[in-house]
Design a protein around this ligand. Structure first.
Ligand code: AMP
Ligand code: MG
Length: 282
């Protein structure tokens, strides 16, 4: 199955989330096969990231958006374990600080965009400013069309400067979310995550769906495509995202740069004498 083709939102198209089954898991792989394929993809991501880092010309930005308990943390914890942490940054977009609020809404996103050679993962992102901000009416309705344009211009700039951008909307059902909240409630290790506002936000589910659909429709571009990933099944979510990331990185045709020194000369100058000495001794 070509996960990218299957889940990408074509530029200009508007996703209908009610019609996308969050339980979808394809027919081709079962959970065990998916885990093996995901492990291969994770390892491959590591090899490709090594080249990205060595090349130091381009970068990769992965944007994760989802409702609470949608799986953003799980994706980060599981899927980037093949990469060298030295070349990866993760930024969680929380409620803006006073300093962030004193700037334009894209300032903090730009601040955390990946440098050349690096991978940046956004756990939530600048899209919160057209999602939670819209649902809670923290900015006037006239702001959205304007912000979509500004987001597209911003992402266009990053892309032209060499950043490959992949955006994922982790699509779960309201029932699955409640189930996951319940699991947290029963797990002493995860009870700290529970906040009552997460439950209260559930009442705004339809408003969030509308905000997501509009935002995705307006900002899925050639340069920065959205993918809506059925995410009720974590194993399928992990498989689809890891495959899409690997495919995009393969497409970048990353290569380690050629050596900057004369290898033969280095061998002669620093290694040949030692080799000869060893031979004499031995
Ligand atoms: P969490 O991801 O559960 O740690 O919570 C972070 C919270 O910050 C979420 O409820 C987000 O909706 C909220 N948040 C993130 N960005 C913004 C923003 N620009 N304006 C208002 N709330 C935000
Ligand atoms: Mg939360």
């Amino acid at each position: 199955m070509n996960y990218r083709e299957h889940f990408i939102v074509a530029p200009g198209a508007k996703p209908n989330l009610a019609k996308i089954d969050p339980d979808f898991h394809g027919a081709e792989v079962d959970q065990a096969a998916a885990a093996a394929e995901t492990a291969r993809a994770i390892a491959r991501m590591g090899e490709l990231q090594h080249r990205l880092y060595a090349e130091a010309k381009r970068s990769l930005l992965i944007v994760l958006q989802a409702v609470d308990a949608g799986g953003k943390d799980g994706v980060i914890r599981h899927l980037f374990t093949g990469m060298n942490p030295q070349g990866v940054s993760v930024h969680c977009f929380k409620q803006p600080t006073p300093e962030e609020l004193a700037h334009d809404f894209l300032w903090r996103a730009h601040l955390h965009a990946p440098e050349r050679g690096a991978v940046a993962i956004f756990n939530r992102s600048h899209y919160e400013d057209v999602l939670v901000v819209r649902v809670h009416k923290l900015a006037p309705a006239s702001a959205w069309p304007q912000r979509y344009e500004e987001i597209n211009a911003f992402e266009g700039l990053l892309a032209r400067e060499g950043t490959r951008i992949l955006k994922f909307c982790l699509h779960i059902s309201a029932e699955e979310q409640l189930e996951r909240f319940k699991e947290r409630l029963d797990d002493p290790e995860r009870q700290w995550k529970i906040s009552e506002s997460d439950y209260e936000e559930r009442e705004l589910w339809p408003e969030y769906v509308e905000a997501y659909e509009d935002a995705i429709a307006a900002t899925s571009t050639e340069a920065a495509p959205w993918h809506v990933i059925p995410s009720n099944r974590k194993w399928f979510r992990n498989l689809a995202i890891s495959r899409i990331v690997v495919d995009a990185m393969e497409e970048m045709k990353l290569k380690t740069p050629p050596p900057r020194v004369d290898l033969a000369a280095i061998r002669r100058k620093y290694h040949a004498a030692a080799e000869q000495a060893k031979e004499k001794k031995g």
